[in-house]
Design a protein around this ligand. Sequence first.
Ligand code: NAD
Length: 524
Amino acid sequence: MAQAKKAVAKTSRKQTARTTVRAAVKTYQNYIGGKWVASESGELFENINPADTGDTIGRFPLSTSDDINAAVNAAQEAFDRWRRTPAPRRAEVLFRLGEILIGYKDRFAADMTREMGKVLKEAGGDVQEAIDCTYYTAGEGRRLHGFTTPAEMPDKFAMCTRQPVGLCGLITPWNFPMAIPSWKLIPALICGNTVVIKPAEDTPLSTYNLVKACEEAGIPPGVVNLVTGHGDTVGAAMTNHPALRLISFTGSTETGRIVASACAERNAICSLEMGGKNAIIVMDDADIDLAIEGAVWGAFGTSGQRCTASSRLVVHKKVYKQFVTKLVAHAKSLRVGNGADPRTDMGPVINADAVDKIMGYIQVGRNEDGATLACGGKRLTRGDYANGYFIEPTVFTDVAEDMRIAQEEIFGPVTTVIPANSIEDAIRIANGVRYGLSAAIYTQNVNQAFRAMNEVYTGIFYVNASTIGAEVHLPFGGTKATGNGHREAGTQVLDIFSEWKSVYVDFSGKLQRAQIDTVELAGN
Ligand code: NAD
């Protein structure tokens, strides 16, 4: 039932700390069945700039399960027409979307920095990933390869084709607010599915921008539906909705488990991309300066809020001291500030909860774990930092592999340096966490590089490069508690968003029996 509309703006987790006179705050709407509509609840939540909590970016619908039901109905209505649209025609619309995204790239990047905090260059990279994903995946409209294979019997043809899954629910996190939605949305669409997408409550604007561009590209009404709101209401309504055949989720391992359980209850397909605790191994023959650059970029890029962040630096004891000295000097030199300022190296973290969590882990590192705080460790609160969620780049040294700060995902600008005795020791440490997303090794020794590549059990591995920096035409995802066996990006993502159909064509004109213990050959 529709509830009475309330003109009430609810605060999001990014609490407003001061009131400044600013331009009127825009109210955004859900996109359902090709129409921009308010939530049935009539309620809104605020999207706040994490670098300046006095800056309210917009008010977004605080949606309910009623909105999800409406969005699913719209996706259902649009499904038959979209799945019957030839894939090369679907691709044409998506190529148009790619062009539109290019045109808006700078504006979308600025919006992203404002709502998420990452520096402008990274936000531009995030939008670019959506563009790259769109072009690459739209090309699948003229491939979507299946295969043919010999049949067991004469005058019989065997082949395999892809068919769409149906209605897909896409649930996304805030750290890549346009790239990750695009990684799900574009493959879902090229395969002929229709979708309901729910962005993270901290970054609804970037997904709004993506969906608005879909509308402009001419994607038919109901094919893409956007509903904003909280995970435990809107997200849960999606995971429990019987008509959503697939839930594609990216977020924390804890939430992923809830999503997976709900999907298991109703036999829905579920693809999960979750947390990481990624190691860079630095061997004694490594180019140390290069390794430092990779470690700093991997640990403090996006303020450490990447699933692939280099949160463990496993360093050979022969170069440990030298590495730590250079790492600390480099970390201290980083300029923390508003990501919109081109001089900024590292922006804020996402919200007040994140500050509490990260500062809590820094306490754990110092007090409970007994590691050495080599630099950073403080929240920045004065001057330009007063209204934002800024934390110093933080390095812990003398870290043992089993300490909590070396095991748990902190998801902030905190990295740990763990000593290793040998390549075997380093590989064992790299594998010694519950996650398995990304890992890297810095070495000049090809044998060591290949050994680590073979032995480290992750979905992504780099040699002489940091743990971050995936490209859209290679599969992306992780092992162990990072995933559930699926891969996004590459052509492998098509296996999430399509189902195989095996087709047998018997043109012999007679009954040919398979699966019995008799060989019946034509003419025999
Ligand atoms: P989160 O798990 O808190 O939220 C992710 C999404 O799930 C949000 O849209 C949220 O609203 C929704 N959600 C929350 N509770 C829900 C519920 N009960 N049912 C359904 N949906 C629910 O994660 P986050 O804080 O947004 O993102 C950070 C996490 O994401 C980190 O752990 C990071 O490693 C991970 N991540 C993983 C990848 C990857 O590809 N492996 C990429 C980016 C981020």
